[in-house]
Design a protein around this ligand. Sequence first.
Ligand code: APR
Length: 295
Amino acid sequence: MPRHSDFARFHALLSAKPRILLVCGAGLSASSGLPTFRGAGGLWREYSAVDLATPEAFEQDPGLVWLFYAYRRHMSMKANPNRGHHALAALAQKYDNVFCVSQNVDGLLEKADYPLEKLRKIHGCLYGLKCFNEDCDWRASNSTDDPLWPILAPASADVDSTNPIPLLDPAHPAPKISWDEIPKCPKCGAEEEYGLQRPDIVWFGEPMDDHVVRDVEEWIDGGVDIVLSIGTSEVVNTAASFLYHARSNGAIYVNVNLDAALPHHLGNLDQDDFAFAGDAMELLPKLFEPIIGDV
Ligand code: APR
């Protein structure tokens, strides 16, 4: 068993009650049927992520951006947590020294009853809404109507050959939704042109919530013995910065990724680090079995 993929060596670390930081990405939800963005099986291989997840894209075509998010809401609502989500939830329920930073907006850790006080979602949540007017603080959470509004019904129709989701099939022009059809912000929409309801997601070029960043940085500053990078390409600097911060403070790095055995990952390991190549759904229950038992 190579040193960096030795489960027994990882399990031995757990007996010392280490402080464990979890940094999760789309790969954690891949086996729940939700496409990732890059890497193994990416959703956006036909699209650049920047095409649709920016304020500029929303200003240019709010209907197209809403159709894309409505599709992801629909997919996430139909999806169930997998054994990887349940393993992390069991870990956080049974073990105090753990904290999770998730880039995922799909709500599956919450569906698995992951303790919310030990979770920070740094990119928001698909079920949150906010106002597009930067000067307005209106927000709404847990908006789980599907479709959210009648104009978004095409994105909630289940995909089959007769109705491929337009955004995943460029051959099908997306339904045109005008600016005026987008529901207004209940607080400022009557007088503000930009008072439209938008997804409460952190888009490219937008800052993360200060309070969330502060919570994560404070937890890391309290010391991290083991940091797990779970199903993330580590290319978006929010999560990458937390991983770097933990590692530079001496944390043992554990990569849990389909691609973990690739040279660019293995070349990134220190002597005591780990790289477990495979499906997070299979690996996480095995990695934390000494604490969570059989999940
Ligand atoms: N198990 C483990 N890892 C997996 C699995 C799986 N079943 N399936 C895919 N992966 C890995 C891929 O190899 C890749 O390294 O998960 C990673 C997914 O990477 P991305 O698609 O880039 O997702 P993520 O890292 O979460 O993206 C970060 O970018 O587009 C933005 O806001 C979006 O939150 C997202 C952010």
